[in-house]
Design a protein around this ligand. Structure first.
Ligand SMILES: Nc1nc2c(ncn2[C@@H]2O[C@H](COP(=O)(O)OP(=O)(O)OP(=O)(O)O)[C@@H](O)[C@H]2O)c(=O)[nH]1
Ligand SMILES: [Mg+2]
Length: 206
């Protein structure tokens, strides 16, 4: 059986939800992009969908404070999650959005894959590790994206990939690692392939 191709370019903005009650019906398949503030989640979604400003990006960490939903078609959605780990926002705001994030991760049954984005220069911070551990314990497939790969020259880039790949083995779950750059598009085909596996599980082996 040949795997269907996904036309990411057809992604459209559906809604921005302050909490899971405001999300579309929990059916079909969702893949979510998570990571520290400023890791490059919104940029990666724009790169994937070949749209300059589908998801709002910013030099200021903490830009995405809502659960942003992008629809690929009736049954498939991409989710841009609020970033975590950014200290410079009022505590009340931070608590509100961390709460909606953990509620989303724990209760959303249509969530079938989690892309965890980390700046290749600062991977696997405590909150990243907590998230990955949680996902593995919940049997949610995880893909680690080492973002802004263009910021490193090939040697250090390869070294970072190797180190994180080795660390990922310790998570003892379905955790894949790749480098990625929204600037150079490095890693885009691998990301697309991984997402296809999640969106069409019946067509693929892993
Ligand atoms: N050089 C380079 N810069 C990038 C890349 N991806 C993102 N950036 C920059 O990093 C900053 C943060 O990117 P965003 O995509 O807004 O990050 P985010 O993870 O969505 O951030 P929050 O919404 O705050 O959680 C922006 O200034 C982007 O232009 C990349 O691949 N290479
Ligand atoms: Mg964002």
């Amino acid at each position: 059986m040949s795997t269907p191709t996904i036309n990411y370019q057809q992604a459209t903005f559906l809604t921005s939800a302050p909490d899971i009650r405001a999300l579309p019906l929990d059916e079909g398949i969702e893949v979510a992009f998570a990571g520290r503030s400023n890791a490059g989640k919104s940029s990666a979604l724009n790169t994937l969908t070949r749209q300059k400003s589908l998801a709002r990006t910013s030099k200021t960490p903490g830009r995405t404070q809502l659960i942003n939903v992008f629809q690929l078609n009736e049954h498939q959605r991409l989710i841009d999650l609020p970033g975590y780990g950014f200290a410079k926002v009022p505590l009340a705001v931070k608590e509100k959005w961390q709460r909606s994030l953990s509620e989303y991760l724990q209760k959303r049954t249509s969530l079938k894959g989690l892309v965890v984005l980390m700046d290749i220069r600062h991977p696997l911070k405590d909150l990243d590790q907590d998230l990955i551990h949680w996902a593995v314990a919940s049997e949610l497939p995880v893909r680690l994206l080492l973002t802004k790969a263009d910021k490193l020259s090939p040697g250090p880039r390869k070294k970072a990939l190797l180190e994180v790949t080795e660390a990922a083995l310790a998570f003892m779950g379905d955790v894949q690692v790749q480098v990625f750059s929204s600037l150079s598009k490095q890693g885009l085909p691998e990301l697309e392939q991984a997402l296809t596996h999640w969106f069409y599980p019946a067509h693929t082996q892993n």
